[in-house]
Design a protein around this ligand. Structure first.
Ligand SMILES: C[S@@+](CC[C@H](N)C(=O)[O-])C[C@H]1O[C@@H](n2cnc3c(N)ncnc32)[C@H](O)[C@@H]1O
Length: 163
């Protein structure tokens, strides 16, 4: 598949999974977490679909479109392996939804990184909460959910926190 088609499929999968998650957390109170701000594309979408929820964004830097930058109280800056562990007070309670789009390009380094942050993300999640991710996270109490119809297995991941 060409790079353009691959990109289109990836962002379509993101959008479809985020939209699906909205309904999946309808009865779960709590804020929304965006791990990986990037250019703010998915943050902007989360703002559109989660009108009634606080959204907290994690990244080591702000490099997004100026229209897609949260206020200081909702932008948690720094290396995520350091900021996640102390974020619970700032986000005001466990999260109903987390979108993790924070992978690096290198397979082995990435696997170590995801293994490091997986329990930290889990600790911030409310029971019944949903995690959508670009990488596969292995957490004992997370249960893989069916993907939207047009999303191929392995392209995106949706898990519910079962505890
Ligand atoms: C793929 S981009 C996110 C794209 C974003 N979801 C969007 O739609 O625009 C990944 C982001 O993760 C951030 N990142 C990667 N490793 C990080 C780390 N260890 N701590 C904090 N941020 C990190 C990068 O700075 C980058 O902005």
């Amino acid at each position: 598949m060409g790079r353009l088609d691959s990109f289109i499929r990836r962002v379509s999968a993101q959008r479809d999974c985020l939209n699906m998650a909205k309904d999946m957390i309808a009865n779960i109170p709590g804020p929304v977490l965006e791990l990986g701000h990037g250019n703010g594309r998915t943050y902007d979408h989360l703002r559109e679909i989660f009108l009634d929820r606080e959204i907290f964004v994690f990244d080591r830097r702000v490099a997004a479109h100026p229209d897609c930058i949260p206020d200081d109280a909702h932008m948690i800056l720094g290396d995520i392996t350091e900021t996640l562990g102390s974020a619970l007070d700032q986000i005001g309670g466990q999260a109903a939804f987390a979108h993790c789009d924070i992978g690096t390009g290198e397979v082995e380094r990435n696997a170590r990184f995801i293994a490091t942050i997986a329990p930290m993300v889990d600790a911030l999640m409310a029971p019944g909460g949903i995690v959508c991710s670009d990488q596969e996270y292995t957490v004992a109490c997370w249960e893989a959910q069916s993907l939207p119809e047009d999303v191929q297995p392995g392209r995106y991941f949706v898990n519910r926190v079962k505890r």
